[in-house]
Design a protein around this ligand. Structure first.
Ligand code: TRP
Length: 349
């Protein structure tokens, strides 16, 4: 079977390094692997509106930011189709038919939906569109016959929900839908990168993000004030690695060859960790190293992003072309779905 990727992001602001290590970096690798027949990358504006329906300006402005972040990290429109969700009418139709296959109880049990409802104080007043977004996500994935969905760990329940819908659809109607697999980063520290303040999640509202578009000065400032180990007061004090943001980021970003270049007195991260645990290694030194490590990756992204920023017409043209390709692809699946459901009244074949 041909391997096909579909994945995407909600446009609710600029993307940060949590998105990067959790998913974007992986996507670029997959793009370059040549293993996939097709790659679809979707800007999920319709999904973003399910909990931002009262802030359309934010979503609209974020489309461009996310597209620039994509181009910045190295997604290549010649190899990956980048498109906008709301412009694909078949997705809305598929969502409607899949709704018949999912109970309200099942949606309410979805752990990601549950925690998002809490976060947004939706408990008493859940918008129907929001409750149903896992169904619309199943439409996104199946419309492109995706076999592989590279996402962050928080998306596990969404892919599980999609698989259930596919199995049910194929069983009741005809086996026309593809059951997708989730693809998670093999690096544990990449699954959920904490914020610079050590809080579990990097999030705009907490102000603890490093953005892909941050300047070198901003990154340096954020690294300097990053949360480490509050019990490690004097350089000579023994330190803790667990829950120490600097080390989690080093786990996610550093490569062995960078030790030779920046910290030749250590062979690798394990040796650095051992020294920190024993005592005698100061936070300033590890933060300087982290900053150098981050800059190696972020400076390329930042510069490429700035180049594309100058050419807004190119960015919108790319989105338009990608959207046209995606529209055709999704329309084919919708046709198969309608045929399987016996609602293809006027088709001649
Ligand atoms: N739910 C994803 C997120 O919040 C975005 C998304 C929408 C998505 N549809 C998708 C991801 C389909 C993968 C596949 O980041």
């Amino acid at each position: 079977m041909d391997k096909i990727i579909l994945t995407g992001d909600r446009p609710t602001g600029k993307l940060h390094i949590g998105h990067y290590v959790g998913s974007l970096r992986e996507r670029v690798k997959l793009q370059e692997s040549g293993e996939f027949k097709k790659i679809f990358i979707m800007i999920a504006d319709a999904q973003a509106l399910t909990d931002n329906f009262d802030n359309p300006e934010k979503i609209r402005a974020s489309i461009k930011e996310v597209a620039l972040d994509y181009l910045g990290v190295g997604l290549n429109p010649e190899k990956s189709v980048i498109f906008i969700q709301s412009q694909i009418p078949a997705l809305a139709e598929l969502t409607m038919y899949y709704m018949n296959l999912v109970t309200v109880a099942r949606l309410s049990r979805n752990p990601t939906v549950k925690s998002e409802i809490q976060m947004r104080n939706f408990e008493a007043n859940i918008p129907t569109g929001f409750l149903c977004y896992p169904i619309s996500q199943a439409a996104d994935i199946t419309a492109f016959n995706a076999t592989t969905v590279p996402v962050g760990e928080d998306q596990k329940p969404m892919i599980e929900q999609t698989r259930e819908i596919v199995r049910k659809f194929n069983e009741i109607y005809e086996p026309v839908l593809t059951e997708p697999d989730i693809l998670l980063s093999s690096n544990k520290s990449c699954l959920r990168l904490p914020g610079t303040d050590g809080k579990a999640k990097m999030s705009k509202s907490l102000g603890n993000c490093i953005y892909l578009s941050d300047s070198a000065e901003d990154v340096a400032k954020k690294v300097k004030s990053m949360y480490t180990d509050p019990t490690h007061i004097k350089v000579s004090d023994p330190g803790h690695i667990e829950g120490n943001t600097v080390f989690t980021y080093l786990d996610a970003f550093s490569k062995e060859e960078q030790f030779k270049k920046y910290l030749p007195e250590y062979n690798n991260l394990d040796e650095l960790k051992e020294h920190y645990k024993k005592g005698g290694l100061g936070d300033v030194k590890i933060k300087k190293f982290l900053n150098a490590v981050l800059e190696e990756e972020l400076s390329t992204i930042r510069e490429r992003r700035r180049e594309y920023e100058k050419d807004e017409a190119f960015v919108y043209d790319m989105l338009k072309k990608g959207t046209e390709i995606a529209r055709e692809e999704a329309a084919k699946t919708l046709e198969n779905v309608k045929k399987a459901m016996k609602i293809d009244y006027f088709s001649l074949s």
